[in-house]
Write a protein that binds this ligand. Structure first.
Ligand code: FES
Length: 80
């Protein structure tokens, strides 16, 4: 998995980004990311955007899931 970036859509939760990434804010400034794993808000409720702060759980946010919900088909077997 060296050098590979994986983005996982978490069920009713954030995007989990794994791998060596550079995260750039809306002004073009790099944000400090101290880990090879970050969680980015997908629900829109986080007070620490772009990061997930757990608000999706408190709000019981419910999202569409699965490739069919996005109008695409899987390209390979799902990863664990
Ligand atoms: S997805 Fe977690 S706060 Fe939005």
């Amino acid at each position: 998995m060296d050098g590979e970036v994986t983005i996982t859509v978490r069920p009713n939760g954030p995007y989990r980004i794994q791998g060596p990434i550079t995260l750039i804010d809306a002004d073009g400034n790099p944000l400090a990311v101290d880990s090879d794993m970050v969680f980015l808000c997908r629900c829109g409720g986080s007070s620490t955007k772009p990061f997930c702060d757990g608000t999706h759980k408190r709000a019981q946010w419910n999202a569409a899931s699965g490739a069919g919900a996005y109008g695409v088909r899987p390209v390979e077997e799902p990863r664990s």
